[in-house]
Design a protein around this ligand. Sequence first.
Ligand code: SD4
Length: 367
Amino acid sequence: MMYLSTMIQNIFIACNFRLIKNNYMHSRRIFLRKSALSLPGFYILNSKSQRKKVKKPIVISTWDSGLPVNKVAWEVLKQTNSQALDAVEAGARSIEDKIDCCVGLGGNPDRDGKVTLDACIMDHQFNCGSVAFLERIKHPISVARKIMEDSPHVMLVGEGAQQFAVENGFKLASDKLSESAEKTYKEWLKKSEYKPIINIERSHGGAGFSSTPPPFKLSNGVFNHDTMGLIALDQQKRLAGACTTSGMAFKMRGRVGDSPIIGSGLYVDNEVGAVTGSGQGEEVIRISGAHAVVEFMRQGKSPAKACKLAIERIVEINPQKAKNFQVGFIALSKYGEFGGYAVQPGFVYAVTHNTEPGRLFESKSYF
Ligand code: SD4
């Protein structure tokens, strides 16, 4: 009897011990998870990283066309006390000024023949502004910044965005298509077939592409590049990003892509890094692309690895479909480390650190 009661007592103690141990492990796990989340990413937990020299200032942007854009941003960034936010806005404006296929008022129109612009901007303190479906305004990126700084909202679209812009001193431009957009649109009208091309700026040969060295031109002579996303880190370790586009050519009227969506086409978290991208907006929106990449970096992944994981997430939704579209992300950590990854080969990005006019990198890709 005594033997039995000692045994029961021992089992009871053992169970209690396991319970206490489990509880302890559980709370410890929660504590670790919580502290990891509350710290600025796992980088901080790594003592090597703490000694890491921050590479700054630095600006990186999508495509070959990022080189001249970086140059403009760099003019701002290299000045003492300059702000990454001013640098990315200046860079984005410089490409909105140009007449080309994919950014600004010279861009290709929607299927009704109207150019509609999308853009967004974000600073190091989660301030952000965005415009979508904006017509006849030359600098959507500056309207986005104005919304961020002088309105209680984050995003304005269409007529309301245009009204806000005009009320704030932006000039209403003509709604006439640029010469090259007019030509491309007339060509498209013959078949009226909506088929977004895989935008591989560096595609050699291929339908619609020349096989000359960069800058590549479409067969109609138009310089081939895409949405401009740029992210920068200034000398005060402030990150910022901007993204501007005329969106997918021949889209349905009213269609909005990822580029003006905070968390999809652009995201900045100064505790972790900044991310932007280019490509088939619908696929990016599906996974909140830029935000996903930032979260992977928060978990300790390098910028390139974080971009890769987000691209894998996109492809794995429908690998068959993914063979026919392009998405590319670029990421910049708060330490100035950078990287990119894309669904298809041919996605390049421009990096300007202390080398002018900067360097081009070709990202790895899923296919
Ligand atoms: C969009 N992401 O409107 C933009 C356009 C783009 O390659 O980058 N096209 O979906």
